[in-house]
Design a protein. Structure first.
Length: 630
């Protein structure tokens, strides 16, 4: 099981490497440098012997005409081709070789740019792909210039070609004039024609042919890849802008409606509550969690059920040692979190159930706030406001920003659309009737909270969000732990989306809005956003396009402003906002990797197991200051 993540990382890295290599090679072949002429040894040809050397081809229009002329005249010539033209016109290149002419190299992108060993390697790779051979003749020799770049009169060009009574004559393969000169020279009495050298081509190896095929594909398809990248970036930008507008609009509307309701509050709803806490190896946290529940100020009966799911660290013992009234500890063999929840639900005696993880701390008023939406008989579940309790380090600040500017703000948006897809395990409440309707908590996915919430919504119940119901949870304190947790969340969410894909064909809000929102902003946007980052690097470093960096900076500023608005909506200080740009540069890439690896895991058919995160029991920003259970 350990090998799978390595395979996925290799898949991601190889994909990014191939993508950057293709677009970089395309940019390299598209940029035309200034030609550089390199003097070569002149071949001593006998008197009245000519070697016609055609440069700049092969050309799809003019080279076939030239070959026809040479065939009629019975002349074998030497074609000094460029690598990019060979890639563009492999059939013409093969015709040159098939008709017995010599093929040489005098450039990769333009004539005379073989001084760079990389250019020579690329040019030879082009020949290897087109012909399966290499050439020993590289770089044009000192030649007799025919003058076909400066003059048009055929008589003048013929005289210039014959001015030394023989030798290598430089011509160009990019117009009809080269064929005209060759025809006139063939009619000159007393001259014979040879190739520049008598060297035979060298057979390319299998590796060289493979390299040639890769570079050829990159040159031919790099433009298409860039077009696809541009399209992906445009979609990502539109999705980002749309999400920002939804945040500013729907979240603001949701907040305004809550404020209006506060002016004329309804009667306080105070049903008896059963609190179920599934716990596995939570010895460092369970005491603080249970104490926070016992200290609630809810003005009705609160039953607390701790279900120890086969812990090996004495979790159940720590809960029992507290000796708190109204707290029941149930021990069972390890069966997984869904089974532990179902055990607690079956034992619960009240109709309103609060479910929370064993590493969560409730504020005294959280239970009372959390159950208020149940005054509406149509509400089947309520999501509370999960907050990071250990946020003082950089990684903690980043997760705090992610919770506020991501998860909680999403819930405000989706609450306005009545399609919240996830009641978090850290702080949520359910009506027992709703749980009965969906058959309890399923273990079909690794995101049982998302799976359960979607099922409740599809069963016709409404899911609400109560921002005032705050719960403090311990976020992972290491990058490794964070990746493991988010990897499980992401993979489980995709499982739940796939399981409930039938909602797309239903008329309920989950199909109309919830799944589409997740597809757009939790799947498509995280997949496309890295493309924008890669394109910025490509444009700034490879393609000399600083505008890409400007666009990316503007996008970052908009996201930062949106994060600041989210903090204000959540009643948080703006001080942590200084870490947001850095989060987008570093932390965001990790979250992209999580999404991509989750998809690759599903693609490879790997069954992901539950991955727990090591707890420290330290919540520095929880109510009452630092809470550390030892």
């Amino acid at each position: 099981m350990r090998r799978a993540p390595r395979l996925h990382w290799i898949s991601i890295l190889l994909g990014l490497l191939v993508l950057m290599s293709v677009v970089s090679f395309h940019a390299y072949t598209a940029i035309r440098p200034e030609p550089v002429q390199h003097a070569r040894e002149h071949r001593d040809l006998p008197e009245r012997t000519l070697a016609l050397a055609f440069h700049g081809g092969p050309d799809p229009k003019w080279t076939p005409r030239l070959l026809a002329t040479l065939r009629e005249a019975g002349i074998k010539a030497t074609f000094f081709v460029t690598g990019t033209q060979v890639t563009r016109n492999p059939d013409v290149t093969r015709r040159i070789a098939d008709e017995g002419h010599q093929i040489a190299l005098d450039g990769f992108r333009v004539e005379g740019d073989l001084g760079n060993p990389l250019n020579l390697a690329f040019a030879q790779a082009a020949l290897a792909d087109a012909l399966g051979t290499h050439t020993r003749l590289v770089g044009a020799p000192v030649e007799v210039d025919s003058g076909d770049r400066d003059y048009q009169d055929i008589g003048t060009l013929v005289r210039m070609s014959l001015q030394h009574g023989g030798g290598v004559v430089r011509l160009h393969d990019d117009g009809s004039i080269g064929a005209d000169i060759a025809r006139e020279l063939a009619r000159t009495p007393g001259y014979r024609f040879v190739t520049v050298t008598g060297d035979r081509p060298v057979e390319a190896t299998a590796t060289e042919r493979f390299t040639g095929a890769v570079t050829t594909w990159s040159q031919r398809n790099g433009g298409l890849v860039l077009t696809l990248l541009g399209t992906a970036i445009a979609i990502a930008a539109l999705l980002g802008l749309l999400r920002t507008l939804m945040q500013l609009g729907l979240a603001h509307t949701d907040r305004r409606l809550r404020r209006e309701g506060e002016h004329e509050p309804p009667p306080w709803f105070a049903p008896p509550v059963s609190v179920v806490i599934p716990a596995y190896n939570e010895a460092v946290n369970i005491a603080a969690t249970v104490r926070s529940i016992a200290a609630n100020n809810h003005c009705a009966d609160v039953e607390v059920i701790v279900v120890d799911d086969g812990s090996t660290d004495g979790t159940a013992d720590r809960a029992e040692e507290l000796g708190l009234p109204g707290v029941t500890v149930i021990r069972q063999a390890n069966q997984g979190k869904p089974a532990a929840l179902n055990t607690g639900i079956r034992k619960a005696k009240h109709d309103v159930l609060v479910l929370l993880d064993g590493d969560t701390i409730f504020e005294p008023g959280t239970i009372g706030e959390l159950v208020q939406p149940f005054a509406d008989s149509q509400v089947g579940a309520v999501s509370g406001n999960a907050k990071v309790g250990n946020r003082r380090g950089l990684l903690g600040r980043w997760q705090h920003l992610e919770y506020c500017a991501g998860s909680n703000l999403d819930r405000q948006i989706l609450h306005a659309l009545r399609c919240i897809p996830t009641v978090p395990g850290a702080v949520g409440a359910f009506r027992k009737a709703a749980l009965t309707d969906v058959g309890g908590v399923s273990d079909d996915t690794l995101a049982e909270d998302t799976d359960l919430t979607m099922a409740v919504t599809r069963a016709g119940w409404r899911v609400a969000y109560r921002q005032q119901a705050k719960a403090w949870t311990e976020a992972p304190s290491t990058v490794h732990g964070l990746f493991r947790q988010r990897y499980r969340w992401s993979y489980g969410t995709f499982q739940a989306m796939w399981k409930h894909r039938g909602a797309l064909l239903e008329k309920g809000p989950m199909g109309r809005f919830g799944l589409i929102y997740l597809l757009a902003f939790h799947l498509l946007l995280p997949m496309l956003a890295p493309v924008m980052d890669l394109y910025v690097l490509y444009g700034f470093i490879v393609a000399d396009a600083p505008l890409a960096l400007i666009v990316w900076t503007v996008f970052l500023l908009l996201q930062t402003a949106s994060a600041g608005y989210a903090l204000r909506l959540d009643g948080e200080s703006l001080k942590p906002l200084w870490a947001y740009p850095l989060q987008q540069l570093v932390y965001r890439q990790l979250m992209y990797a999580v999404v991509i690896q989750s998809l690759i895991t599903a693609w490879h058919g790997t069954q992901l197991r539950w991955m727990s995160v090591r707890r420290t029991g330290l919540l520095t920003d929880a109510p009452g200051g630092t809470v550390h259970v030892t």
